[in-house]
Ligand binder design. Sequence first.
Ligand SMILES: NC(=O)c1ccc[n+]([C@@H]2O[C@H](COP(=O)([O-])OP(=O)(O)OC[C@H]3O[C@@H](n4cnc5c(N)ncnc54)[C@H](OP(=O)(O)O)[C@@H]3O)[C@@H](O)[C@H]2O)c1
Length: 350
Amino acid sequence: VLKVRILLMGFGNVGRGFCRLLAEKSDYIERHWRLEPRIVGICTRTRGIAYDPSGIDLDRVLSAKDNIESLGNPGSPRFPTQEDVVAGGDYDVLAECTVTSTDGRGPALEYMKEALSRGKSVITTNKGPIAFFYKNLHELACRHRAGLLFEGTVMAGTPVFSTSVNGLAGSRISRFEGVLNGTCNYMLGLMQSGADYDKALEQAQKQGFAEADPAMDVEGMDTALKAMILSQVLMGTDVPRPEDISIQGISHVDPEVLLDAKDNNEQVRLVARGEKVGEKCRISVKPTPLAADHPLYNLPGAVNGLVLSTDTLGPVCLTGAGAGSKATGFALLHDLLSLYDSRERCRKGM
Ligand SMILES: NC(=O)c1ccc[n+]([C@@H]2O[C@H](COP(=O)([O-])OP(=O)(O)OC[C@H]3O[C@@H](n4cnc5c(N)ncnc54)[C@H](OP(=O)(O)O)[C@@H]3O)[C@@H](O)[C@H]2O)c1
């Protein structure tokens, strides 16, 4: 059984969801994957840093009410800052799930660059750095023979990238159309049933779908970042520039449009469209009425959907969870297991 030491950056909805899954599934992971994942460090912004090279007790840290520092090992090396842990800690994989930024820069990007430069693999749910710096991070990972996986950046744990990169290997994807934001989907559903915008947002926040800053969701930037990732990873385009993307969110949807759509048996969704044109991708994000026979019509609650236009199979449609602690924590678990698939085992002589 291979021990894998994980440094977890961020212990919010996603970090906790990941730890819960590791705790619940440790026997299964050991039996089926011959892996023993251990969280050796957890960093937060305001609740301290816990570090224990022999592994942090997940049940204790999950029930900790506030500061987590005391759950580290007092005899282990002390790291005054989060950056120090990333640069000096003893770990194999950095699991990055801190807050996202709309330009991709900030601490998360620096953590990823530092870890990859040290030859540590990175798994992340953080859209910003991948949307803007995918190529740089990918190159850094290749140069240092490290892995870089980010399944949770688009459609939470629904396997967009593993399906496309592995399952559709040999196909060319020329276009996509997606409903990629659970909050907007949930809110538009409520609004089309008569709720006003504020009430719908309040409900989405109660359900834990909305981002810390809901403007990211409702103004369409979250969806645009996801479309930027899809265009680069699935279609190999250059990095799209946000100023070239036509972005319209849901905060000013005309109630008449919602009523008309209802009368016509249509469903209004925040749709991202991307089309490869040369090396570039033409992307738009806007509320769009969809007819009942459209594959993205029937997405209840926070469910997301994506239609890929391929040259081999025609349209391929994926639907599934688009947000939530468990679904996004699962994305990290999936990425972790993917890093240690059979090829990795062969390389390590296992
Ligand atoms: N929630 C979802 O459904 C979902 C779905 C897909 C993708 N994502 C992405 O996953 C990431 C995490 O989401 P979340 O919902 O878990 O967010 P969250 O609940 O707000 O948690 C963020 C965590 O990151 C920590 N943090 C913030 N800045 C930090 C820094 N500079 N260094 C170290 N730790 C830092 C916070 O510390 P404190 O505890 O001290 O505040 C908190 O523990 C985001 O990038 C989000 O866009 C989330």
